[in-house]
Design a binder for this molecule. Sequence first.
Ligand code: MEV
Length: 450
Amino acid sequence: MMKNEPIKGFSKYTKEAKIEWLIENYTNQPNESRQMIEGYWHAQPEVQKLHDEFIENTISNFYMPFGVAPNFLINNKMYAIPMAIEESSVVAAASKSANFWLDRGGFKTEVIGMVKVGHVHFLWEGTNVDWLTELFDSNKHLFYTHTDDITKNMRIRGGGIQDISLLDKTEFEPGYYQIEVKFDTRDSMGANFINSCLEEIAKTWKQLVDECEAADQPDVTIVMSILSNFTPECLVRAEVSCSIEDINEGSGIGNQEFADKFCRAIRIASIEPYRAVTHNKGIMNGIDAVIIATGNDFRATEACAHAYAAKDGRYSSLTHASAEDGIFKFWIEIPLSIGTVGGITSLHPMVKFAHELLGYPNASGLMEIVAVAGLAQNFSAVRSLITSGIQKGHMKMHLLNILNQLEATDAEKIEIVNYFKDKVVSFSNAVEIFCKIRGISADSLVINKK
Ligand code: MEV
């Protein structure tokens, strides 16, 4: 058989056959690869089976560190926040921020809205829009009754469809209209619920227009029915504040100067998209880590956050700061459409544990915790940027990755970490001290790229 030739029916193969085919065709050391893949299987077969069934063609698991950032005081309650992330300095930065604000009253949060949204995108080439609107308005009740079965359980829990409206989008695309539906999905993210409702509404609408006897109007063409991951009305705010006199402990500059520099850094992120993207990336370091640990959809969260950051026509900062009347205030406002039930929240053992750690919050409670993680992360990043610079702390945390790449022994690691206690780490000086301690020349070093 030719190597790397296409394969048919791969998803039907057993897991073992998939692995054999893969390592045979795409790897150079089949035994090593097989061992490595199997080494990441869960020791308990029933847990591995869960993972196998999350997606198609699972051959193994992909580990990421699961850390916790303790000492978060949120609305006067203490939390240890679970974070799944590979970047060395993120949990350390979150913990540092948590400790800093613990002594200053902690984080205060508020959920501003929990509205989710979806659309039936359709084409209608008619000219009598009043007729279409009248038909829509006088039959709106059908959208509710035809989705009764789908919404029943959600309504029992206090949620369901909140509003349905017809939107004319023909100025952007000829014949383009939407039915916009707003939802309350309670503690679930609600993607499947929303999409099922929308598909039913689309069917009802098409039938209604196409079969309308009274009119010689064109038919409706449904383009698609899908939730929107842009949920600006599913919004949470988190805030910290303290007296300016208390703001700058141990970073070597005066309090007012610190507050002014901090606010200026935030203003720069507000007006300059090049900075705003990096600034918001730092916020998402904290947010994604909690989103992943709690089994939520980080792609949806990312897409929504960045769209929200650009809502006023220019990509801008998600956080804001002020230093007025002796008070430093720093806050974030971010849409987070997330859930605490459904999806993998009750399946993935580590996700279940993360929810337990947080005291089983409902969706709005989790929105608050996630927003706090983003704000805390951003506070630490900006604090470092305007004082010591980011690399000092970042490279210190990254040092162990460098030493692992060099295959340093535990004793070498201890010695080198000690050496760098009062020095700035860089890749080249870490290599230099490593070679010195091991008594080898840098030229003889083969860095482990396997
Ligand atoms: C690194 O992952 C994130 C930062 O670049 C964020 C920032 O610049 O604000 C440190």
